[in-house]
Design a protein around this ligand. Structure first.
Ligand code: GCB
Length: 609
């Protein structure tokens, strides 16, 4: 994997400059893909103004624009200071969904596949110093069975393309995260890996630094008051931290790790990362944080909001964390793709635990949409001809996710996929490669998992053996045996769990999805499906079952908030399984959870050692 100084989170330091390029850019659809031939890389001509970052879809008032699938272009202008001559100059995108080609001053600089991870365009040669530069980005949001997330793109009779996602969220796209112009030193830090180790009251931080160009390396660890607590020299080392303050669940302490590159007295580069001292380990059926058992309470989420779509929104990040604190949660899964980097920074600060998920969703044979998949696949997905290409894209996405997120104390596990078709033999070699790669690439060797689909049962799943802990998405009482049959649903859930128990896996299980669609204003006594009363009943039923199995070590309800999906007869303007509405106001279930989670200790069901 190629390391690049510009992939590190953009920070201004003594040696690094960063200029934010967010704002109103020019925007134009290119339905016939003629932009390239017509020279749009030199300027896209007349175009709408479009906010960056944001998804383009929900600004428009016409349906063809909202549902648009195909090529589209963004353009902006920026100025590169004359004094940056001799530096490495880059444009860094937090994400471009689902793929982008970057042109600067008419030259193609780079392409990136995959819509949820950062990449950088090296424009050192192409830039005009002390002058204006034109940046054009050709973006495409089509889905296929070899892309992540997976789906299809169809052509309607009138020639328009339409996305057919194999997943249950709207196919939002565009330049959805922040964009920076970076002026970096030529001799630069390109990568930093941190591994905390605890031994009784002692704590060590192992570090490893990669650079381009020769330099002396100095690593300094500062506490929250800015006092130096440890220092090291050289590209690799192990620093002992005196009187360590550990990073704990909902009680975080962050150290700043500053890296400086020197030649003689001259500081060539400087960058820092905030990290915490904590360990994560699976032992038997326990999830251990700093050697202490922890029970996960929280959510599967989405990056999703009115008007912005999946666009970066610090306001929603803040509101979501305040709600998660209020309700007594301690964790969430970044279903179904890696989120904006700022989400992890907030989780680090607030002491939340993250199951970090790759954008691999929809790896299930489905000819119509994701719901068909639940009815049983015809051709095993992992036997399709495109699988080698998909595997390649999947490995790249996992590699990029781990490189980006590996130093966050909040990240306690990697979820390598959501609901893949793990019932066919052909899935096993595919997943073995992913699990091996994740272990090899993560310096902290975090636990690995995937979120398992309901059809993938103890007797039919072919991949659970790779998981360090097992994650189940289960909809007993909703997609099966709903409403008045909820008692039978409870029996069915218990019976499946008995099946898992009989396998004696000696691993923790976490419910990463369970829930019921619920109208934000709908009440009914006695309950019916979709009412707030039924949502609470379904949760109570699930929790009664979870509480009776010691190996269940976490509950992450689906979903944190209502979110947009494609239209269809099973969704009423989106998925309504939120505990909060899309506007982040509580449903009745939110008060029910607050009562439950505030009572459950962080080490619920933990072995007292
Ligand atoms: C699932 C998927 C999630 C859906 C959810 C649902 O299993 O992982 O993306 O939104 O079910 O509500 O059907």
């Amino acid at each position: 994997m190629e390391h690049c100084a510009a992939l590190l989170y953009p920070r201004v330091t003594a040696a690094r400059q960063a200029i934010n390029l967010d704002g109103m850019w020019k925007f134009r659809f290119d339905p016939d893909s003629r932009g390239l031939a017509e020279g749009w890389k030199d300027g896209i001509g007349s175009g709408d103004l479009m906010p960056v970052p944001a998804s383009f879809q929900d600004f428009f008032t016409d349906k063809a624009s909202r549902e648009y699938a195909g090529d589209f272009w963004y353009e902006t202008e920026f100025f590169v200071p004359a004094e940056w001559k001799g530096r490495g100059v880059y444009v860094r995108f937090g994400s471009v969904t689902h793929r982008g080609t970057v042109f600067v001053n008419g030259l193609e600089i780079t392409r990136h596949e995959g819509g949820f991870l950062p990449f950088a365009a090296d424009i050192t040669e192409a830039a005009r110093y002390g002058g204006a530069n034109r940046l054009a980005v050709l973006v495409n949001n089509e889905l296929s069975e070899t892309t992540l997330p997976a789906g299809r793109t169809v052509t309607l009779p009138d020639g328009r393309k339409a996305a057919k996602p194999y997943f249950d969220f709207f196919n939002y796209a565009g330049i959805q995260r922040r964009v920076y112009l970076l002026g970096l030193p030529k001799t630069a830090l390109t990568d930093l890996s941190l591994v905390p180790r605890l031994d009784g009251a002692r704590a060590e931080l192992e570090y490893s630094v990669e650079t381009c160009g020769e330099a002396e390396v100095e690593v300094t660890v500062l506490d929250e008051e800015g006092r130096t607590v440890a220092e090291g020299r050289g590209a690799k080392g192990c620093l002992s931290i005196p009187q360590p303050r550990l990073w704990k669940v909902r009680n975080a302490y962050l150290y700043r790790v500053r890296v400086r590159l020197y030649r003689g007295e001259e500081v060539l580069d400087e960058w820092y990362e905030e990290t915490g001292l904590r360990t994560v380990e699976i032992r038997g059926t326990e999830i251990l944080l700093n050697g202490e058992p922890v029970y996960l309470k929280g959510f599967g989420k989405h990056e999703d909001a009115d008007v912005l779509g999946r666009g970066y929104s610090p306001a929603h990040i803040k509101r979501d964390f305040e709600l998660m604190k209020w309700i007594g949660a301690n964790s969430f899964r970044t279903s179904h793709y890696p989120y904006a980097e700022e989400v992890y920074q907030m989780a680090d600060r607030e002491g939340f635990l993250i199951i970090d998920e790759s954008p691999a969703v929809g790896l299930f044979d489905s000819t119509a949409n994701f719901l068909d998949a639940g009815k049983g696949a015809r051709i095993p997905f992992f036997e399709k001809p495109g699988i080698p290409e998909l595997l390649q894209n999947h490995l790249v996405a996992i590699g990029e996710m781990i490189r980006r997120d590996k130093n966050h104390p909040s990240v306690i596990a990697w979820s390598l996929a959501n609901e893949p078709e793990t019932t066919a033999e052909a899935a096993a070699p595919y997943f073995k490669k992913l699990f091996d790669a994740a272990l090899a690439w993560d310096p902290q060797k975090r636990p690995r998992t995937y979120a398992g689909i309901m059809l993938s049962r103890p007797e039919s799943c072919k991949c659970y053996q790779f998981c360090d802990f097992i994650c189940l998405n289960r909809y007993y009482g909703w997609y099966v045996l709903g409403g008045y049959e909820i008692d039978t649903a409870e029996q069915a859930l218990r019976s499946e769990l008995e099946g898992w128990k009989a396998k004696n896996l000696n691993k923790p299980f976490v419910f990463t999805e369970y829930g019921a669609d619920t109208g934000g204003g709908l009440h009914k006594l006695p309950s019916v499906q979709w009412s707030q009363e039924y949502q609470v009943e379904l949760l109570e039923m699930n929790h009664r079952v979870f509480d009776s199995y010691d190996f269940i070590k976490g509950e992450q309800v689906w979903a944190f908030a209502d979110f947009q999906t494609g239209e269809g007869i099973l969704r009423v303007d989106g998925n309504k399984k939120g505990i909060f509405t899309r506007q982040r106001q509580p449903k009745a279930a939110a008060f029910y959870f607050k009562q439950r989670w505030e009572k459950l200790p962080e080490n619920y069901k933990g072995d007292k050692k």
